[in-house]
Design a protein around this ligand. Sequence first.
Ligand code: ARG
Ligand code: ZN
Length: 872
Amino acid sequence: SLVRLSEYTAPDWRVSSVEMEVDLDIASSRIRTRLTVHGDTDRPLHLDGEDLELLELKLDGETLADAHYRKTDSGLEIDGVRNGSVIETLVRVKPAENTKLEGLYLSGAADTGFLLTQCEAEGFRRITFFPDRPDVLATYTVTLRADRARFPVLLAGGNPDGAGDLDDGRHWARFVDPHPKPCYLFALVAGRLQKISRAYRTADGRDVTLNLWAEAGAIEQCGYAMDALERAMRWDEQTYGRNYDLDVFHVVATHDFNMGAMENKGLNIFNAKYLLAAPDMSTDDEYRHVEAVVAHEYFHNWSGNRVTCRDWFQLSLKEGLTVFREQSFSADMNSAPIKRIEDVSLLRRAQFTEDAGPLSHPVRPSEYREINNFYTATVYEKGSELVRMIAGRLGAERFRKGMDLYFERHDGDAATLEDFLAALGEANGIDLTPYLAWYGQAGTPRLRALGEYDAAQRRYTLTLRQRTPATPGQPHKQPVPIPVRVALFDRGGAMLPLQLQGETEASGHERVLELDGVEGEFVFENVPAAPIPSLLRGFSAPVVLEHDYLPEDLATLLRADPDGFNRWAAGQQLSSRAFDALLAGDASSAALRAWCDGLASLFDDTELDPALLAELLMPAAEIELAERIEQDVDPDAVRAAREALLHHLAERIGGDRLESRFDALQSVASDDLDAASQARRRLKQAVLRLLHGVRPQAALQRADALHAQAGNMTDRLLALQMLLRGPQADAAASAFRQRHHAQPLAMDKWFAAQAQVAGAQTLDRVQALLHDDAFTLRNPNRVHALLGTFARSNPTGFHRADGAGYRFLTAKLAEIDALNPQVAARLATAFNGWHRLEPMRREAAHDALATLASGNDLSRDLADILQRALEG
Ligand code: ARG
Ligand code: ZN
């Protein structure tokens, strides 16, 4: 059954208040719920419910006779409900048997673990009968009861409203959330948890207690997240004028979680991976992810909770906007150009590939079978790019003015993307409706730029043209507004002052050209000589740029652009072209030479941020480079060409320089988290990888020393990854395992590092690791670490020519699906590019997918992905 945006209708019945009494226990919990409902209709009241055992049902205090309601697969239909009626239900659920990790479930073992909930998108219906849709907003009063010794901590979202003891060693606690919310933001937690607390006063004067909760042994790893939370709260006050709105804010870490984290009102719940951090266990990247995700979930308090979504088609209204806010925050806390490089490379690696495959969909999809399958790079990452474009179009001041109006006008509402664009536009007298086209249209636009210099007129004409390739279900595309940030450079690498036709004099060095139709022409006057255009600066729009640059012009931008992001972008274009040539057997392309020469001369530049140099030294990932090939992709050939690229660069720089740079970085190594130390570690990774290509012995020796001595996880993991490619693989793996066997997050990296070793033989290793004591199909992090890494980050392993990787994964998918459909569906998207593979692999992948799809009892989640993947 397909849900369609065009068929949206407002709810017949609304719920003003929810009262819940929850008797918690591991095996069986009972939930009593009283709903006060409102409506002006004769239609029956529909309540969603799934896997619930109904024990009682009352309407206005009277037990309902069977004739007055119907129980269906998807819930209850109740007759005779009036405006102001109170519906009371009592249900039983079985948390310990809930392997889907949706609804109320157990994290950890039955004797030591704790209970928690995950509701977004449609998990509340697995806790109680309710109109489970985001446009039904209510206030919540929640009373929890449980055995005090087994569940000493009881938490729900909202302000605390009393607690006390009951008979039989049980106790209770009540929470009141005064802010109306949709049920997907409901949460509770119960168990043995420890906390760290901090007092926080908001800019508007509210005293708030911040509590971070984790199991014993992990609570010491919450300090970094607490600091990040405080930074995020201050930032949102200063940047958006948004203050926190309850007296207490809880954040809880669990190792059993389907997604990254969840913004439940007043009670965020996190995958431990994004909350816990410690030097011995976490890489620098992970520290930054913790900071970003803590901020993301906190920012949802306004962009998501106070203003929520009318329906799930509007998901990007909260996710795209919140990712944008999170990215801006991270850029402010860290290096802005490095952050932009990371975000754009993620977009290209995850979203561009998604958009080019059978699962391509618009940022606002028009239909879905299973909404959980739309928590995608498109809705999140491309959604953020759309907000960024609009913010750029308005400029900082007007964007803030627009956001103020949006929050004010829609506070307490379930809003749409139209509402968002209207508020931003109306606050500034600007019509932003043309941007709606971006939200409704899938596919990555191609932006073609043609430059022509007229020496006699001293005039440079830039012609921009757009075209979006067809995507499944959308054969014809409209033009979309594309802001193209440009600068012009002279051959010496200096930026030229700009004068567009119609302007009286030159001013500034950068312009944003707005392409709003299929084609546009932009004329620059008083240009002294044929310039080098720097296009799409800062990645001003999520498009693929096509421009016939001369390699030496890209080399000039790589060397001379004052903006780090643009240097990187120029380098990526060069290395990608060099890759194309190598793939075609051409090892003497001008692009390859320009790239290697350019980087060799930057290599010893002491002015250059080592973190930026590290980024410059690395070409795009194999999966992104494979996108450049129209048809018949051979992942082995892609890898060979990319390795050749690295080899040429390493040779050009020279083994001696690589060794001495690594040793110099290592000699000043510290385990601190400051930017300079992190940058040095990042550069060490790039240098060691290059060195491995030309002097494997020298690289492995250094990796061995690093593995033994490293006082931080970034270095130790780098060392492990290198050693796994050499003869000491087994020794290194067991040393790491021994050291970290008790740390789940470190063990995830141990599994991932082994799954990532390139080449066909890794399948055997992955199969063996399924039998490791520490492996379980029940834990999403573990599954993604081993199987997700193998399928997504090891193209030559997963796509081995005999198709064994495909058959292996689909067999595991069937097993996982029976436990946890969301995890299976997400993992299945690793097949995304199958239709562009060369014929043998294409057939093998197709057969594996078709066999899986023909099985019985597939979840809706997995069936939906398979159906779209096969049809697309
Ligand atoms: N809203 C969460 C976030 O911060 C993601 C929750 C996704 N849950 C799901 N079942 N798809 O991004
Ligand atoms: Zn989010």
